[in-house]
Ligand binder design. Structure first.
Ligand SMILES: [Zn+2]
Length: 431
């Protein structure tokens, strides 16, 4: 096949044979790999150019390069966290892993495969990393591609691990210590109004937690409990972490639920929003709130049920406004592609530049995006429709559309229809 990239991207001709179609898929895969390599190269050069510009403007050394990862993220339409990972990988590939990078440029190795090798050599010395790069990814004596290009991902990972252990036994230990720093707990939505609660733990802790729950399940079954093993383990986990139990005084856990008054009081079925989870059916929310102790704040909405402004009962008005912004933005950073939770209420147009402390000019940002925006040459301003327009140092503009719950033209306050409930759920034991 001798088609140019443009020809390949227009797609195979009508009537192409099965063999030609496979060739097309193969060639496009190669182009994707090459494109990822070139993107990496461009990201490295963007960082160099940014650092030079910032240094010239007198930005302190420790802040050089700030904002570059976020620009990469916006350009590649991924989260800033992912953007930082991609930039980090690009720098490693260009500077430290020439053979891996060469395979990518030749269209034989994907960014994902390269990332595995970068990860598995992360704790090694530069010298050892280069050895592994050479041993796994350099071409054969007559130029044929190395075996890694046909390996599965697990095989590739194992090949790198084996070499790493051979080269530096102590790296395994150092890595384990390092990894332990990343221990954490996360929650993400599952179907049917359920959630996945996950924990990344050192192996001894993870195994201990599981064994304790398993023991509780065995004890319950021996006592004639008719719940399944899985149900007892899940219930025990919640009991022990929240401190709830059938006999003790019930602990209070704050959960934020936003729903229309109509959905709460009547049988209306506009979905409610649970902070940290997402939309839930109104009927589910009514049941969950039935016996709960509730703080009510009033939210003003238009007839379409969109969130407009909040009347705060708290003494400090800015807190109320901050809570309103967080609720309006759904608890998630406003940067396009970013899924991180809101940590800062940011003035889109800086306060020092005359930006108002108003719902229009305020946005919820995560830590990282807030910091990126403070880097030299970044600007933002509110759009006319509740959107936020961010302008990066290169002059590229990115528009974050207004959240569902936002309308810039507030209707009369008498149309108040929404309640935001700061719910202290009793955590009743499931029947
Ligand atoms: Zn963010």
């Amino acid at each position: 096949m001798n088609e140019t990239v443009d020809e390949l991207l227009t797609g195979p001709p009508l009537g192409a044979s099965e063999g030609e179609l496979v060739d097309w898929i193969t060639r496009l895969e190669e182009i994707k790999c090459t494109a990822e390599a070139v993107q990496a190269e461009a990201a490295v050069r963007l960082e160099e150019a940014t650092r030079a510009r910032q240094a010239e403007a007198g930005v302190p050394a420790r802040k050089l390069g700030e904002g570059v990862a976020s620009q990469v993220a916006l350009a590649r339409r991924v989260s800033p966290v992912k953007g930082a990972k991609l930039l980090g990988l690009a720098k490693i590939l260009v500077a430290e892993m020439p053979h891996t990078f060469g395979l990518m440029k030749a269209g034989l190795f994907s960014q994902w495969q390269a990332a595995i090798l970068a990860r598995e050599t992360a704790c090694l010395s530069l010298e050892n990393r280069r050895v592994i790069d050479y041993q796994l990814c350099s071409p054969g004596s007559d130029g044929e591609p190395p075996a890694v290009v046909t390996m599965g991902l697990r095989q590739l990972e194992n090949a790198a691990k084996k070499l790493a252990i051979t080269l530096a036994q102590e790296f395994v230990v150092a890595r384990a210590v390092n990894a332990e720093k990343d221990r954490r707990v996360s929650v993400r939505p599952a179907p049917d109004t359920m959630t996945w609660l996950g924990a990344l733990l050192p192996v001894q802790d993870g195994v201990a937690v599981f064994a304790a729950l398993d023991q509780a399940a065995k004890a319950a079954q021996a006592a004639g409990d008719d719940r399944t093993r899985g149900q007892v383990m899940a219930d025990t986990l919640v009991d022990r972490v929240t401190g709830r139990s059938a006999t003790d005084a019930k602990p209070r856990i704050e959960v934020k639920v936003v729903m229309t008054a109509d959905s709460l009081a009547n049988d209306a079925d506009q979905p409610a929003m649970v902070d940290g989870y997402g939309p839930v059916p109104a009927a589910w929310a009514r049941e969950a709130l039935a016996d709960a102790e509730v703080f009510v704040r009033r939210l003003y909405t238009d007839p379409a049920g969109q969130l407009i402004a909040m009347e705060s009962r708290s003494r400090k008005a800015p807190d109320g406004l901050a809570e309103f912004i967080t609720t309006r933005d759904g608890g998630i950073c406003r940067t396009n592609g970013c899924d991180a939770p809101i940590r800062n209420i940011d003035h889109a147009e800086r306060h020092a530049d005359g930006g108002a402390t108003s719902a229009e000019n305020l946005q919820g940002l995560c830590e990282r995006c807030n910091q990126a925006k403070e880097a030299l040459g970044w600007q933002a301003r509110p759009g006319p429709d509740g959107s936020i327009i961010t302008i990066t140092p290169t002059g590229h503009t990115y528009t974050s559309p207004p959240p569902d719950s936002w309308r810039p033209d507030p209707p009369p306050l008498s149309r108040a229809e929404f309640v935001l409930r700061n719910v202290l759920l009793d955590h009743p034991r499931a029947a």
